[in-house]
Design a binder for this molecule. Structure first.
Ligand code: NAD
Length: 733
């Protein structure tokens, strides 16, 4: 079994075809690299070969590097992991540089053989770095294809020459969105940006690439940076224009990343330092920074959570072993904010949807939500008019429960009221067949309680979406006491169909995500009540990598929702209610009509258009700022530990069944400092012993909610980490 095949045609053009067996998308492995290297050697050595076309046997060119390999490289380095990574990366550079030089004499730049890349579809990561080393890139007209370097999204940066080549090809300014934001484009966009050279009809792809190879002149093979007198577009750091770019880029990156993402900083360093030296030295610098990033615990944790484990969960790592349960016809009950969103993402994924509300007008409004989203997609050229028509045709908006006949899954998203939900459950069960699975999208009501209204509790489950449904990638699947495996498998298959990431948790108050996020918001509010500068609270959160400060977050989710949850929780918990100190602040804000963003007034002020301005200056009148302010790290520890410890308790209590879900769910569900890889990865980075020490201090100063859970103490005693104890298979990242 080989990843590449080699064939030479009658005209002397060698075609190297990348086609990894058993995979729908090519990914690069070290063995693949070695194979490719051998074939390039063969083509260069064979006098009968005039040139090479590098292409793919699949619909797409390649999805990137197999990040499991990158993760393993380090471990295989034994006592010298950095050396192993650096050498591995330099080996890749050597292969790509060989392609670029193609056998030419480095002095005269003569004697090389043309090598063209022919991309039938998507080309990401190494799947673009490899073409960038070729002499000409042809992409097929394929609007579905995505071309770019998304490495930064998982905490690394293009480390196989992509960074150095792209910057030298288009200049630092033009390369910035591609490298720093991982911006992807379709082939036309990639051509307009200067990333690919030609976009050609799909059925002419190979012929056009071959034609170019046969006609190419020696000068066509020499990259600008290998020519005498090369000047980097836009200028190097000591050029007046380049100077402005680099100063601006540094500030921009810092403002976006708050300095917590090592990959962005390392990338910028590689570009800056690389711009001032010859190409081959720049590659070496790139490799050193790349190694530096791979050795950083943040990047390794990000790769583990945001790539390896996220993908494992999406592929159903924890799915009960049952036959395929894909959804064919979905019933959504309640066409409000959530129901409409669920109908939209499902219909967009090709599922027939019956969208029911109490009144026809409400059901139609739900469908109109989908139309509005599709129109936005058309405006952004992400959706075609045909796609819009297809999606809308799949949604039947009605009040008639008889239309549910034939549904194999129901998602209920009516008011958060057990009585209403019970009524709906009974009506639905009377209308659907006996095999249909019933899911509730409740955010606060225990699933096992709601299942009492069902005749078939083993077919009753929670499928908890986050708002806005079309944007939020996490779906929390909640297993009630009586929920059976088929319901779990069905929910997982559904989530896969709509291309989101699932976690499966057991039933408990607030499940997992809300259980952790509510204490985060409350900790922020507590600090305001204590006299901590609100701006310190917000900035501390952002500087530790939370996308929103707790006060901004409660403004977004609405303060009256907070009040409602506080009241319901107090009623349910009685004396054990832990958040008495929070309520006076929340209730006072609500009493003043400061309900958050939707009311254009909350902890923040908003302009008439709803744009957030500064923190509300009336806060100080209500909760005077204390003379002595805490250290930044104290505030940050409070904000992170209050979430992290809740995650540990969820694990301890068996609500969370797998730490990988805990980490992935935390980042996708509520944006837990993504640089950390999630709460368990974060605690592992600190180490259990140090975490317990910090908790002891926080508990002494701020109360029992910071008391280290028994599990954490035990791990500290035994010198364990979460990943060594609970997921040894994914420890190696
Ligand atoms: P919403 O008020 O926007 O929508 C509820 C819809 O249900 C309304 O259109 C209403 O007319 C309809 N409805 C009420 N009773 C009905 C009945 N008997 N039959 C048919 N339709 C009926 O509420 P929402 O924000 O979409 O929330 C819906 C559910 O999703 C709730 O259980 C909520 O807790 C949960 N949820 C909400 C969020 C969120 O951020 N809003 C997030 C996750 C889960």
């Amino acid at each position: 079994m080989t990843d590449f095949t080699y064939a030479v045609d009658a005209e002397g053009v060698a075609t190297i075809t990348w086609d990894v067996p058993g995979k729908s998308m090519n990914v690069m492995s070290l063995a693949g690299f070695a194979e490719l290297d051998g074939m390039i050697d063969r083509a260069l050595a064979d006098a009968a070969v005039k040139g090479v076309v590098l292409t793919s046997g699949k619909t797409d060119f390649a999805g990137g590097m197999d990040l499991n390999v990158i993760a393993r490289m380090k471990e295989e380095g034994g006592a010298e992991p950095a050396k192993a990574v650096f050498e591995g990366v330099m080996m890749m550079h050597a292969v790509l540089r060989k392609i670029e030089r193609a056998g030419m004499d480095p002095k005269t730049l003569k004697g090389g053989k043309p090598i063209a890349a022919a991309l039938p579809g998507t080309a990401l990561g190494i799947g673009l770095e490899l073409p960038l080393a070729c002499h000409r890139i042809f992409a097929a007209e394929n609007p579905k294809a995505r071309i770019g370097l998304p490495e930064i999204m998982v905490g690394i940066f293009p480390g196989a020459g992509g960074t150095t080549r792209l910057v030298r090809k288009m200049g630092a300014m033009m390369a910035a969105p591609l490298l720093l934001e991982g911006k992807l484009s379709d082939p036309k966009g990639a051509k307009a940006a200067g990333v690919v050279d030609e976009v050609v009809p799909a059925d002419e792809l190979l012929a056009r690439a071959k034609e170019w190879v046969l006609a190419a002149k020696e000068a066509d093979l020499v990259k600008p940076w290998d020519q005498k007198g090369y000047k980097m577009p836009g200028g190097t750091p000591y050029h007046p224009a380049g100077f402005m770019t680099f100063v601006g880029a540094s500030a921009m990156v810092h403002s976006k990343t708050m300095g917590v993402y090592p990959a962005a900083k390392a990338l910028l360093s590689a570009v800056y330092e690389g711009a001032m030296v010859p190409f081959d030295t720049a590659l070496k610098i790139e490799a050193r920074w790349f190694t530096n990033v791979l050795m950083n615990p943040s990047s390794t944790a990000m790769i583990r959570s945001l790539f390896i484990n996220k993908e494992a969960l999406e592929k159903g790592a924890l799915r009960p072993a049952l036959p395929e349960q894909s959804v064919r016809k979905l019933g959504v009950i309640g066409a409000g904010m959530m129901g409409a969103g669920i109908a939209h993402v499902s219909a967009s994924a090709g599922i027939q949807v019956v969208l029911i509300d109490a009144a026809q007008e409400a059901a139609d409004r739900g469908k109109a939500h989908s139309e509005a989203l599709l129109d936005k997609g058309i405006q952004r050229r992400k959706v075609t008019a045909e796609k819009k028509a297809e999606v809308l045709a799949r949604i039947t908006a009605t009040t008639d429960y008889a239309a549910l006949a034939g549904c194999d899954l129901i998602v209920e998203a009516v008011f958060e009221d057990p009585k209403v939900k019970a009524e709906v459950t009974a009506r639905v069960e009377a209308a659907v067949g006996p095999d249909c699975i019933f899911a509730t999208n409740t955010s606060t009501l225990p699933i096992s309680g709601l299942a009492k209204a069902s005749q078939r509790p083993e077919q009753f489950i929670g499928i908890h979406f986050f708002s806005p449904v079309d944007k939020m990638m996490l779906v929390e699947i909640i297993r009630g006491k009586g929920t059976g495996d088929r319901a779990v498998a069905k929910a997982l298959d559904f989530v896969r169909q709509i291309r989101k990431t699932p976690i499966v948790v057991n039933d408990a108050r607030f499940f997992y995500a809300n259980r952790c996020i509510i204490p985060y918001i409350n900790e922020g509010i507590r600090m305001v009540a204590e006299g901590v500068e609100p701006v310190l609270v917000e900035n501390a959160a952002k500087l530790v990598g939370m996308p929103l400060g707790p006060l901004q977050l409660v403004d977004e989710t609405s303060i009256d929702l907070g009040v409602k949850i506080a009241k319901a929780t107090r009623a349910a918990m009685g004396d054990a209610y832990p958040d008495g100190a929070v309520d006076p602040v929340l209730f006072a804000m609500a009493d003043q009509g400061r309900l958050g963003k939707k009311a254009n007034a909350g902890f923040y002020t908003y302009d008439a258009a709803g744009k957030r301005q500064g923190l509300w200056d009336g806060l100080e009148g209500l909760w005077p700022v204390a003379d002595a302010q805490p250290e930044l790290t104290e505030v940050q520890h409070r904000l992170l530990f209050v979430q992290g410890l809740e995650a540990v308790r969820a694990l301890e209590e068996g609500v969370l069944m797998d730490i990988r879900e805990g980490d992935v769910g935390a980042i996708l569900g509520w944006g837990f400092a993504p640089w950390s890889g999630g709460p368990f990865s974060w605690l592992d980075m600190i180490g259990a012993a140090r975490a317990v020490e910090l908790c002891d201090g926080l508990a002494a100063r701020h109360g029992g909610r910071f008391a280290a859970p028994k599990l954490l103490r035990e791990m500290a005693d035994k010198g364990e980490s979460f990943y060594s104890r609970f997921a040894p298979q994914s420890r190696a990242a």
